[in-house]
Ligand binder design. Sequence first.
Ligand code: PMT
Length: 402
Amino acid sequence: MLQGKKILLGVTGGIAAYKAVEVVSRLRKAGAEVRVVMTREATEFVTKLTFREISGNPVAVDMWAPVQHWNVAHIALAEWADAVLVAPATANIIAKAALGVADDMLSTTLLAVTAPVFFAPAMNSNMYAHPATQKNLDILVKRGLHIIPPGTGKLACGAEGPGRLAEPADIVAALEAFFIEGAQLSGIKVLVTAAGTIEPIDPVRYIGNRSSGRMGYALAEEAVARGAEVVLVSGPSALKPPSGLKQFVSVETAAEMREVVLREAETSRIVIKAAAVADYHPKHVSEQKIKKNDEELSIRLEKNPDILKELGQRKRPEQILVGFAAETQNLLQYAREKIEKKNLDFIVANDVTKPGAGFNTTTNTVKIIARDGSIEEVPLMTKREIAKRIFDYVLQKGENRI
Ligand code: PMT
């Protein structure tokens, strides 16, 4: 998976800098092209010459050095890279990256990068455990950067504990795994629905629900990250659609969602229905704003079509259909009934009464139930992480259909 990939390696000033030489060697053996940016401190541990020889490319250290042979300006380097790896990453570069400080070649390049970024921390275990470092790592993770955790053991400073740079083979394996995952759904069309539908009562009022769209948008983002052609059909949401979508369709009512979803599902290999579709709509929509004349007001509701059930009836053998179940009681029983009734391959059941789960939260906890009865329990985590776990499970179980 690394064949032809352009990897920009940032080396910072720690004793583990010598291990970065092996990382370069392994990356090149795996077919990657490697360019190296060193901090000035890193050159105290390993020379520029070593990295130049092992990478086969000039090494950038100084922002102001005259440009020779190739463009080492930070913007050019940032644009060139398919992925950026900082190994070893000291507490200092982690802090600078978290804050967006740009005071040397590497930190400035990191600010200009749009490619995926990996940090492999290496430092004294107290420095690693320090709340400032942990907070900074947390900021980087939330920003979507990847952390290759350090190993535990005897450190160069004599201390024992976490902080040892991950083994070069593991660092390269992490990059490989990323590119494999990134190509996993290449050429595969994935249809995702998100947010709640709204059903008008009159020109200014509607029946709606508390769905923010976060769960569905996270799923769409994860599908994009795995290389899929993603169509996201969303009810009203304050969220910005993820970048990289093939198509984004904004709808309001269940009827509008049904029309788009049934059409798009015909050419989709995976369909995931995270939207909270209204089960009923007002039978008559008043053309004028309803006046508050009476003490009581009745609105007659009529059942909406069950989009997921229709998808289940039309499902093709190679298609994977994933439904959601938002329940307040009897979670497993109701979810299992929905698998049968709607002819699903998987259902993601969330007990929306649990703190931090369900509607309008940034986190969720779910049980992913497969048609064969097996269950994957996913504890409380961000919706983005839940989305990853859903794809991991669905693709692993439905492997022979993708
Ligand atoms: O958007 P968030 O704030 O992040 O919240 C996420 C969520 C709680 C909305 C999400 O995790 C979730 O549970 N979505 C499904 C909500 C729901 O409508 O559940 P349900 O049990 O009522 O419906 C079961 C399934 O049938 C769902 O896949 C739903 O999309 C589908 N359905 C329901 C009714 C209908 N008329 N047509 C449908 O297709």
